[in-house]
Design a protein around this ligand. Structure first.
Ligand SMILES: *Cc1c(COP(=O)(O)O)cnc(C)c1O
Length: 369
């Protein structure tokens, strides 16, 4: 493996293929797979992910916003792409690039149909999102008649799928709530198919749903964090491999005398002689200030080096008093050890946030291990 000479995010496509195969092996052979690659593929590289997943047989991609779907289309990805949060301002690129909108309200439905009619579309695929308890986006059961009547009046759209999103599929103490969401989804999907007169694809499981509620896999599942190598449980994490490794390098080493301070606001004060390394990564790269003052750490030659003082915009200083290392040595921020999950726990966060925080300033490098 190449040694980092600057801050890089390495994306291991072999690990991605492994995670895809591991997750899909849990499914019935007929269940379709939608890979969620929103937010640059959870901070990694959506295009590289998509190019790896297409030959593996992925059925669908999902992104949050239309612009993310355009990036995939520009990379010649022809697989259907669901846009989870389209906005009326993006209807134009959605139709121009054959992106498929998630429609979540009566206004969105009528607005999109009017737009599709204006563009002389026939049977343009739309996806209906139902709110079964997350209370974020979605129709409710009481909207079904309106939806069916509205869709029946036009030939411009066809309901390709109906779906919902679980609020706490990873949390087994919330099993009764999740079961209630699944029951609502069942009732909604039955009513919807009856009123539409055809059966759209149904899907409601995210990664932890696949693990904990396989009986509710319906026609398709949606996995995002699982492809990244996290299963929201220690047991699942054993079988998955984190695909992203954030690496950097030691820029300079300092010996701090007792009584001296390090960094902005003099937040660290040395009580004894302390050796520090300055690293070219800061909050502008996605290392939150919350990691400062010993909460977070990096790994140098397999050993933990805690962050000293405040995180700067472009740099952090870490304590290397106990580590033999020199300028130019490689530093691991997260990857296989520690994982993004483990590091994020130190600031009460989750891997979803840490992974997607890695800013676009950080070079992405794709590899196969
Ligand atoms: C982000 C997202 C997912 C993916 O969830 P994971 O927990 O990352 O597998 C699935 N469905 C919807 C609607 C989402 O917004």
């Amino acid at each position: 493996m190449s040694k980092a000479t600057e801050t890089l995010l390495e994306i291991d496509l072999t690990a991605l293929a492994h995670n895809y195969r591991y997750l899909t092996a849990k499914l019935k052979p007929t269940t379709k797979v939608l890979a969620v690659v929103k937010a640059y593929g959870y901070g990694s590289d959506a295009v590289a992910m998509a190019k790896e997943l297409v030959p593996l047989g992925v059925d669908y991609f999902a992104v949050a916003y239309a612009s993310e779907g355009e990036v995939l289309r520009n990379a010649a990805i022809e697989t259907p792409i669901l846009v989870l949060h389209p906005l009326p301002a993006n209807f134009e690129p959605i139709i121009n690039r054959c992106l498929e909108p998630s429609i979540y309200s009566r206004k969105m439905l009528t607005d999109f149909i009017a737009f599709a009619e204006g563009k002389q579309q026939k049977q343009y695929p739309i996806h209906l999102k139902f709110n079964t308890g997350l209370n974020r986006l979605g129709f409710t059961e009481s909207d079904i008649s309106f939806i069916a009547e509205t869709v029946a009046k036009t030939n411009s759209v066809v309901v390709k799928s109906a779906f919902s999103h679980l609020a706490a599929s990873e949390d087994l103490s919330e099993k009764p709530f999740t079961q209630q969401q699944l029951d609502r989804f069942r009732s909604i999907s039955e009513k919807l198919s009856a009123k539409l007169g055809y059966k759209p694809l149904l899907h409601t499981l995210n990664t932890s749903g696949i693990v904990n509620y396989p009986e509710a896999q319906y026609d398709m599942v949606r996995t995002g964090i699982g492809l990244q190598g996290f299963g929201n449980s220690d047991e699942e994490n054993k079988h998955l491999i984190p695909i992203a490794t954030l690496k950097t390098v030691i820029s300079q080493i300092h010996t701090i005398e007792a009584g001296e301070t390090v960094g902005y606001n003099r937040a660290f004060s040395a009580s004894e002689v302390t050796k520090t390394a300055t690293l070219p990564i800061g909050h502008a790269d996605g290392i939150s200030r919350a990691f400062g003052n010993g909460k977070g750490w990096v790994t140098i030659h397999g050993r933990k080096a805690p962050i000293v003082g405040n995180v700067c915009m472009d740099m952090i200083m870490v304590d290397i008093s106990e580590i033999t290392c020199e300028e130019g040595d490689e530093v691991i921020v997260f990857g296989k050890n520690p994982t993004a999950e483990k590091l994020s726990e130190s600031i009460n966060s989750i891997p979803y946030e840490l992974l997607t925080a890695v800013s676009q300033r950080v070079k992405r490098v794709v590899c196969r291990k």
